[in-house]
Design a protein around this ligand. Structure first.
Ligand SMILES: CC(C)(COP(=O)(O)OP(=O)(O)OC[C@H]1O[C@@H](n2cnc3c(N)ncnc32)[C@H](O)[C@@H]1OP(=O)(O)O)[C@@H](O)C(=O)NCCC(=O)NCCS
Length: 180
């Protein structure tokens, strides 16, 4: 897989779930803060990012899974989750309804800084609008400066804080939101 090869953004299919789980396992640790252990990250990967979980996500009408494909490889993915968030900290922070969550946004490191993430973001925003959401929100680790910079450049602003369980550790996130 080479940066510079054209990237297609498309909805994920049932046949993508093995490749999605491999990509997710590779990229999830990149979003974790320095204190997060490999053991905690693996527990999260096993529980949330397995092929079986991705099969559920792809089939779920409340979710949209988008993939970035370059040649035969998946090089990035996003997942949207429609509906009101369950976390009371998030509900208190959000200013726009109805909302949709950008629950996952991950690009293979070989494709960082190459426009793949921007293409995934543009399509994700379009999908949120197509689902008639008025706003989009996400959680990002407070120490993930690169992702925060990326989201800010795409119109998101901090509206609150929340916590995120990764294995045995409770991580500190910012809640970001933007209008659609
Ligand atoms: C988040 C992610 C999808 C963004 O994709 P990307 O291709 O890196 O995005 P871009 O290169 O367009 O933008 C990254 C921005 O962060 C900046 N940046 C890069 N490294 C940085 C660092 N260490 N600290 C601060 N900013 C940094 C870049 O300069 C760029 O900003 P600019 O365009 O204003 O100069 C990608 O980095 C990724 O997959 N990261 C790992 C997984 C992750 O953290 N996902 C988010 C989970 S909430």
């Amino acid at each position: 897989m080479l940066a510079g090869v054209p990237v297609e953004i498309r909805p994920a299919q049932a046949t993508d779930v093995e490749a999605l789980a491999r990509l997710a396992a590779l990229t999830f640790p990149l979003a974790c803060p320095p204190g997060s252990t490999a053991q905690d990250q693996q527990a999260f990967i096993d529980a949330v990012l397995s092929p079986e979980r991705f099969a559920d996500y792809v089939a779920d009408q409340q979710r949209v899974v988008l993939v970035a494909q370059s040649d035969d490889d998946l090089v990035g993915y996003t997942m949207l989750v429609a509906g009101e968030p369950a976390d009371p900290d998030v509900r208190a922070a959000l200013t726009i309804a109805p909302t949709i969550e950008l629950s996952k946004c991950y690009v293979h490191p070989d494709h960082h800084g190459a426009g793949t993430a921007a293409a995934l973001m543009d399509r994700s925003l379009d999908e949120g609008r197509a689902r008639t959401a008025g706003g989009m929100w996400l959680g990002v680790n407070q120490l993930n400066a690169r992702a925060r910079r990326f989201y800010e450049r795409h119109g998101f602003a901090v509206v609150g804080v929340k916590h995120f369980q990764v294995g045995g550790r409770l991580e500190d996130d910012y809640v970001l939101e933007r209008a659609l």
